[in-house]
Design a binder for this molecule. Structure first.
Ligand SMILES: Cc1cc2nc3c(=O)[nH]c(=O)nc-3n(C[C@H](O)[C@H](O)[C@H](O)COP(=O)(O)OP(=O)(O)OC[C@H]3O[C@@H](n4cnc5c(N)ncnc54)[C@H](O)[C@@H]3O)c2cc1C
Length: 321
């Protein structure tokens, strides 16, 4: 079974950016296996997302159902499993987003498939596909073999180039989604969207993060982020102290980011934090301790007090604009 099924995600009828990376990964995998690439899109009122996917030249299977409207993994997993069987997929994957991490393990269980999460690349010779993934907070990178007939995986979006538009659009097919809505043990209660004028953390080109060194005062972090058009991130210490919301957390148990520029201020550089940002193109660290481990991964290190350094930097950026 060489065919590949990628599960894409949409929000309010727009394709999520991470799905472009997942389709990019699917294209690489299908090129290796010699199979066909199929993409699944689930929801209700999926708007322009199928056309966005079709523009990538892939076959899109759209399953619309009221029970799929709010991304309930329990409702979606059987639909994905049925589609995987219908298209003869030996590989079923998607982006390691909150939704993907919820849905794909359930689909794997239904397909009796082994699973590799947070895949960074595909390895192996010839027809063999190994899944390269981080372990021990990124301190070990292992090539993992999945020995089941069907293999399920999530990819880390920052590690795969987004799929590019194709010369000819792919086909869009409607799939009859059979969902036992009455039998579901989970139900949608409410959705509280965090509205922000700043870019989304995992999609931002620039991220400015603060840690325990801020002592709870994120004003200098936010001021620098705003002149740079950046997203704001944080270490777990800052989140656990209740200083900032937990969706700002970067790291092993937070979000994984790989922006063009990552500024870490008042962050020591524990391995669990580095696991979420060391793939950034340029890393700038501001810390008053010259021995702080963050300097080992920094491209530019500034030993100093963030309450002095960041306002100066903010003013310089403003003046340079
Ligand atoms: C299972 C597990 C999962 C974890 N997951 C995560 C995760 O996802 N993300 C994460 O971040 N952590 C995670 N952690 C926690 C991690 O181990 C560290 O405890 C945490 O990252 C420390 O945060 P920090 O660097 O802000 O604080 P600290 O380690 O206390 O560092 C504060 C730094 O600020 C500097 N500083 C102080 N004042 C100033 C100043 N005025 N100007 C400049 N610098 C100053 C200090 O020199 C110090 O280096 C996890 C831990 C475990 C066990």
């Amino acid at each position: 079974m060489t065919n590949v099924l990628i599960v894409a995600e949409q929000s309010n009828g727009s394709l999520k950016k991470s799905s472009l990376n997942a389709v990019g990964a699917g294209q690489l995998l299908a090129a290796r296996t010699g199979g066909q690439l199929h993409v699944a899109l689930l929801g209700q009122g999926v708007g322009g997302a199928p056309a966005q996917l079709a523009a990538l030249g892939v076959t899109v299977h759209v399953a619309e159902h009221a029970a799929l409207a709010h991304g309930l993994a329990e409702a979606a997993a059987p639909v994905v499993a049925a589609l995987a069987r219908a298209v003869g997929a030996g590989y079923v994957g998607g982006a390691a987003t909150s939704g993907g991490k919820d849905l794909l393990p359930r689909a794997a269980a239904l397909l009796e498939a082994a699973m590799a999460t947070e895949v960074l690349a595909f390895a192996g010779d010839g027809a063999q596909v190994l899944f390269r993934r981080p372990m021990w907070a990124g301190n070990v990178v292992a090539d993992v073999e999945l020995a089941t007939a069907v293999k399920v995986f999530t990819i880390r979006p920052t590690e795969f180039a987004p799929a590019a538009p194709a010369a000819a659009p792919g086909e869009v097919k409607a799939v009859a989604a059979s969902v036992d809505a009455a039998g579901l043990k989970t139900r949608f209660v409410s959705f509280e969207e965090v509205k922000s004028t700043r870019p989304e953390l995992t999609e931002a080109r620039v991220v400015v993060s603060g840690g325990r060194g801020t002592k709870g005062d994120f004003k200098p972090i936010e001021a620098l982020a705003d002149v740079l058009g950046a997203a704001v991130g944080a270490s777990r210490a800052a989140v656990d102290a209740g200083w900032v919301p937990n969706d700002w957390q970067v790291g092993q148990t937070g979000k994984v980011v790989a922006p063009e520029l990552y500024v870490a201020a008042g962050i020591s550089g524990a391995i669990q934090h580095l696991a979420g940002m060391k793939g950034s193109k340029v890393i700038v660290a501001v810390n008053k301790d010259p021995e702080a481990p963050v300097f080992a991964v920094a491209d530019y290190g500034l030993v100093g007090d963030l309450f002095k350094v960041l306002p100066e930097l903010t003013e310089k950026v403003k003046a340079g604009k």
